[in-house]
Write a protein that binds this ligand. Structure first.
Ligand code: 4NP
Length: 150
């Protein structure tokens, strides 16, 4: 995959998985001198305007990622033209994105990882540890891919 200029992460609520992926990738890209713009959104509007889940902030900041300034927003049709890549965090997210994807969308849409990133919202803090480990592992894969474009 060519190195994208912009990547949007999408989950359901935009308060747990996608803002965490945005924060991890922003740091890893910066550390690797990759100039890529990252953002995140939710397929649902439940939490629009809210900061990430306090457990995501706590675990993420403990690992050195900045999330507390992020605010949830809902995926828009314009996103399909504004971003080079749209990554779904799980299979339901991917299905929901594809349902509203315009036929002439310019973004490439796909799964962030082969294994869906489990929704930690109804879990406990250890589920957020697992979520960050999963996101870090998948993020490293994409950073390596984009550092060595084919
Ligand atoms: P996220 O987690 O999609 O990773 O942000 C969720 C956040 C909120 C809800 C579900 C999942 N919710 O049902 O409100």
């Amino acid at each position: 995959m060519n190195t994208p200029r912009s990547v949007l992460f999408v989950c359901l609520g935009n308060i747990c998985r996608s803002p965490s992926a945005e924060a991890v990738m922003t740091k890893l890209a910066h550390d690797n001198f990759l100039k890529i713009h990252f953002d995140s959104a939710g397929t649902a509007d439940y939490h629009v305007g809210k900061a990430p889940d306090s457990r995501a902030i706590e675990v993420g900041e403990g690992l050195g990622y900045k999330l507390s300034h992020l605010r949830a927003r809902q995926l828009t049709i314009q996103d399909f033209y504004d971003f080079d890549v749209i990554f779904a965090m799980d299979k339901n997210n991917l299905d929901d994105i594809r349902k509203i994807m315009p036929a002439n969308a310019t973004a490439r849409v796909g799964a962030f990882d082969r294994t869906p990133v489990a929704d930690p919202y109804y879990g406990n803090i250890s589920d957020f540890d697992v979520m960050f480990e999963h996101i870090e592992q998948a993020s490293k894969h994409w950073i390596d891919t984009w550092k060595h474009p084919q």
